[in-house]
Write a protein that binds this ligand. Sequence first.
Ligand code: IVH
Length: 683
Amino acid sequence: MPVPNQAARAAALRCELERHGHAYYVLDAPTIPDAEYDKLFRELQAIEAEHPDLLTPDSPTQRVGGKPLPEFSPVRHVVPMLSIRTETDTEASGAIAFDGRVRRELGLTDVDPSLEYAAELKFDGLAINLRYEHGVLVQAATRGDGETGEDVTQNVRTIHCIPLRLTGDAPPVLEVRGEAYMSRPDFERYNEKQRTLGAATLVNPRNGAAGSIRQLDPALAARRPLSFYAYGLGETRDWNLPETHAGVLDALAAFGLPVCEHRAVVQGAEGLVAFHARIREARDSLPFDIDGVVYKVNSLVLQQQLGFVTREPRWAVAHKYPAEEALTTVESIEVQVGRTGAITPVARLAPVFVGGVTVTNATLHNEDEVKRKDVRIGDTVIVRRAGDVIPEVVSVVLEKRPAKDLFGGEPLHPAFELPKTCPVCGSTVEKPEDEAIARCTGGLFCPAQRKQALLHFAGRRAMDIEGLGDKIVEQLVDKGIVETPADLYALDMAAVANLDRMAEKSAANLLAAIAKSRETTLARFIFGLGIRNVGEATAKDLARHFGKLDALLAADENSLLQVSDVGPIVAASIVRFFAEPHNREVVEALRAAGVTWAEGEPAAVVSSSIAGKTFVLTGTLPTLTRDEAKDMIEALGAKVAGSVSKKTDYVVAGSEAGSKLEKAQQLGLTILDEAQFMELIGS
Ligand code: IVH
């Protein structure tokens, strides 16, 4: 028999863990440190292990724990799960046509006022029905054929943002419908991990979501992390329904369910068109895939009046965007040599419009990936371009592979082989056994690496040499004029004016820009060296920590590990870089060429009123550029994030600030204009 105290403690822990989980996974605003959460979690686990009768199905310890299933059991939907009509006209006319149809059905004429709609995103995942009884998640099912789905409760429990118990006064029965999806960062992380393991990657986030949900072993499902957004209802009992769809979503959010913040109540066709356009702009920067937006008549009474045609409601429509995947053919497969010698196979494609842009190249990532996908010249392939990521070849349409003769048989082109030597410099290509990436061993002897290294050195966030673009670097390297970054500072008018397409004025400008770059900061200098695994943020940490270049040059792995955010891999990269005599020579040559910066005191701890705070910049500021504002913020020990969340401390907004500003207002964050920002930082 459990001690009553233990029962109460377990209940309290469950409640507290659920609350912190909701803050972390749904609101994106952690309330306690991870370690503290883990401690409470372990305490609950210990109590439950000692008193198994205290274990409840809604315990946060029960998210993963089930055994693999032989098969999924069927679930009959009390309220059928219908689909919605898709408007394939991706222009504004698609929205206008929907509004017109609804008005006609309702017998409205031009003199009647405009209708109110709830506009939301069309998530690209898998439809799921969650059944809560007395606030506890008892079952999760897929849509199936709409009448009968499959019981996927075990796998859905692994989705952290889905509450196992609702907060507030939940009705005795509440079925919530929504989409389980894989976020882009989770998708990229999963694929990156698979690639380094040489294992199969997911084709796209939607397949990732479907595969994870339909996985019989819940432990495997848990390894492919999913998220969820609620967008509607199934069966409800004894619930006083809100009057509008937007009201339903608000109520679901109040129960602790994740509801996407990108939604709006809009008026008439005009409002729908504006929403469609606004989300089209935001689409690339969303952390998940959408294939369109959804419009729903907001009033539930009107929804009922409109009813259904065949299996689709008349009151809703999905309005699409151009697809993020398309078919095209591979014209050739080339390999590119990166700054660190990484050899990346790239498919040259017949131009194709996908994800809103024309794509002619797609990455094939690495040799293993090309082999696994077996991409060959002449193949018809699916390319994907979603978000800001580089387009990639998803898969080959094998039926369309050209054959040597008409009757099938042997393929026309052989399987891809990675060259044994660097296509640029002829050095050996090496691939360590435990790595997926092959590299040219030529180092800075390899012109391709030299060019990339120079471009990186001259980059805006490094030494910021304006006008030193790829065409010029290409010539400087190919003509043997420049070998290392230090050679840039020896360039003169005679050498520069001789380059193709270089007018006298631009030659003078380039020389002036090079001269100007001599005066820099230690962080920019370190970043500009192009040390593997040392990005801009790490370079800043190193500069702050060591203060002086010589202190960094003298550092061993142990002292590097003292730097915040520097781990063993980064530390080893740095040591390896400076152990290379050639790299030391370049550093010394740069100093000799007059490159200077103000040296600071080591590990000067920044103490400013904004140290440790998170800023988001949006819109155009009247006088500061984005980079200038970012530099000022970082110099004071604060950081700049790309998107607004509850964790954001300040949003600095300029003109034409869009959805970020809107979100900041919704969250009630502190919003500053440029003048207020300057005042805050005391500048
Ligand atoms: S409402 C009766 N809202 O799109 C209306 N569906 O054919 C039921 N979907 O696979 C659907 N985002 O899973 C609705 N905001 C959204 C949606 C959405 C994605 C999916 C849904 C289904 C398909 C509808």
